[in-house]
Design a protein around this ligand. Sequence first.
Ligand SMILES: [Zn+2]
Length: 404
Amino acid sequence: MKYVIILADGMADLPIEALGNRTPLEAAYTPNMDRLALKGRCGLLHTVPAGLHPGSEVANMSVLGYDVARLYQGRGVLEAASMGVDVPTGTVAMRCNLISVSDNNRIENHSAGHISTEEATELIDTLQKELGNDNIKFYPGVSYRNLLLVKGADARVECTPPHDVPGADIDTVLPCAAVADADVFAELLRDLISKSRTILENHPVNVARRKLGKYAANCIWPWSPGYRPAMAPLKEMVPINKGVVISAVDLVFGIGIYAGLATIRVDGATGLYDTNYEGKLQAALKALGDNDTDFVFLHIEASDEAGHEGDAQLKIKTIENLDRMIVGPLAESVACMPEPVRIAILPDHPTPCSIRTHTSDPVPFLIYDPDIEPDQTAVFSEKEAAKGVYGELFGDRFIKIFIT
Ligand SMILES: [Zn+2]
């Protein structure tokens, strides 16, 4: 048996009045997912343990069966893996945003106006030259999303994500120690933030940006500190030989890398509505056709973006695209493969259009293979999956039921 998970980011939702109190998944025309639900089995999965924020990284780790409450170490270390940066034991990795701070000391923009990767790299290189040493290293990433590694630090520092506090006076949201042992590290971070302002304020990149009326990237903002997560390879948890992850999202690649999965980057896979469905589908089919590979984690971002925009019609379109361009052709192709392929479809978390952010509610899932005994579920939806034979699952139950 081979296995493929089609992960539709943020696809689950709440009933919407304008859709006759249906969810986008219920309102969308999805003959392929409905057929798999009819011939397969459904259930609900809890992907966000109590007390954790419903981030995609948390929920995707949960889907793969990892105990997030114990293993989660923040975004920085996942992005580091995706960037190919090794985080040695005892080193703290952090996301290091380039942000814009106004003359009156306020966070003007958490992404420095989505600064280009080229400009950001120049700024990060300068910071590395001026502030980097054997213990402190800055790495350029993509756009405002860069990386800071600090050797021998105590990660128990409370940091505020800059996108959560637009307009805040930065002195009120600076990193602070959660325990006394982390005082030194918190002080170091505050010092780096302060020095970065001096270095970046009149950097030629920022002088040029201001001339064009763009936000200056005049400050760093490190957040989400953590160590290398103690994740066992997925093949030690479930009987697979070789797995791959196909995505456009760094955090998902990072999880895949720590889970011991190979990463496949598809040209034109943007994570947005115009993502390269065809390329992702072909990559998944090629991987499944490879003798060694028996697990594919295919992550599609588009429905989450539509949820964040609060656009129910757009979300319906992303779900219909997924059904028509991924689920249908994938199910048809794998049916002709020599080895049977079991398919699971699920979101990582809901991103309800009415709230425009993630929630922690359980998500619907379906599992199908040619020999599975169907349950009573007739279509794939939040409501119908709740009637599925698997009931409500927690922890690693889903992945262990799916991969046997
Ligand atoms: Zn997500």
